[in-house]
Design a protein around this ligand. Structure first.
Ligand SMILES: [Zn+2]
Length: 259
C-alpha cells in the first residue's frame, strides 16, 4: 500500500542530530514509502542555515522555513535582517517555526510576544506563510494573530480544543496534526481534528518527535505518516490514499510548491 501514497510532511526537523547517522539512507527510502516532499523547519539562526544547506543537497525533496522558535533563549541582535537574507534562498517557503510556548516556568511571555509580532510582520512584508507553534498560550496567540489577520499559514502540532480550532480556522490558517492523534488518550486533538474541514488539514511528523502508534517512543520520520494518515482517514470517512493526497495538495497550495 505505501507505494501508492503521496505523502507531504508539512513539518519536520531533519537537521536534528538524531538523523546524522542515517539521513541519506532514510531519504533514499522515501520514494518506496510514498513520501514525496518534506518541509524542514528552523528553530534558530544556526538551524536556519543548516536547513538551507540540507535543502541544497536534496532540492527536489525538501523545502524550508526560517524563523526563531519561542523556546530559543533570545533572538540575537539583527536577527530579522539575517532571516530576510535567508529567505532569498530558493528553498524557503515560510517563516517558521515561530510562536508562543508558556510551558516552562522560566519562559518570558513578554519577550516571546515581541519576537512573534516582529516575525509575523516580516512574513507579511515578504508575502510568506507562517508556521506557528503554540503551547499553553492559545489566548495570547489568538489575540496577536487577529492583529495580523488575514494570515497565510499553519498552526502546527495542534493540541487545542475543537473550539480553538474553529478560531484558528477563522483567521484563514491551516491546522497541522502529528502522530499525537494516534495515541490512545488523544481524545481532545482527535475531536479538534474532526472539526477541521479536510481542505484545511495538514499532515505532519514534527520529527524526530511525536512518532505515531505503533512507533510511539521511537525516533519519528516521515515514513511513519501512513499511520497518522490512517487515523485521519478513518475519522473523515475517506481512504488513507485520499487523505494523503488531499493534505499534500493543501500543503503544496500553502507553501507554493509542487507536491
Ligand atoms: Zn517543530
Amino acid at each position: 500500500m505505501p507505494e501508492n501514497l503521496c505523502i507531504f510532511d508539512s513539518h519536520s526537523h531533519y537537521t536534528d542530530e538524531a538523523f546524522d547517522a542515517d539521513r541519506d539512507a532514510l531519504f533514499a527510502s522515501f520514494p518506496e514509502k510514498g513520501v514525496r516532499r518534506c518541509m524542514v523547519c528552523a528553530t534558530d539562526l544556526p538551524s536556519a542555515q543548516a536547513c538551507l544547506d540540507l535543502a541544497d543537497a536534496y532540492p527536489s525533496l525538501l523545502i524550508t522555513a526560517v524563523g526563531v522558535h519561542p523556546e530559543t533563549p533570545d533572538a540575537p541582535e539583527g536577527y530579522l535582517d539575517r532571516l530576510r537574507e535567508f529567505t532569498k534562498h530558493p528553498s524557503v517557503r515560510a517563516i517558521g517555526e515561530i510562536g508562543l510556548d508558556y510551558h516552562y516556568e522560566d519562559c518570558d511571555p513578554v519577550q516571546q510576544k515581541v519576537i512573534l509580532r516582529e516575525q509575523l510582520a516580516l512574513a507579511k512584508e515578504l508575502h510568506l506563510p507562517v508556521i506557528l507553534h503554540c503551547r499553553d498560550a492559545m489566548g495570547d496567540m489568538l489575540e496577536i494573530l487577529r492583529e495580523f489577520a488575514p494570515l497565510e499559514g499553519v498552526m502546527h502540532c495542534f493540541s487545542g480544543s475543537a473550539e480553538s480550532a474553529q478560531e484558528v480556522l477563522k483567521l484563514g490558517l491551516y491546522i497541522g496534526f502529528t502522530g499525537v492523534i494516534t495515541f490512545k488518550n488523544a481524545k481532545k486533538p482527535l475531536a479538534a481534528m474532526r472539526s477541521v474541514p479536510v481542505d484545511r488539514l495538514l499532515l505532519e511528523t514534527d520529527c524526530p518527535y511525536m512518532a505515531p502508534v505503533p512507533y510511539r517512543g521511537t525516533r519519528c520520520d516521515s515514513t511513519m505518516l501512513n499511520e497518522t494518515a490512517a487515523v485521519m482517514a478513518r475519522e473523515k470517512g475517506v481512504t488513507t490514499e485520499e487523505i494523503c493526497r488531499i493534505t499534500a495538495e493543501n500543503a503544496a497550495k500553502l507553501f507554493h510548491c509542487e507536491v
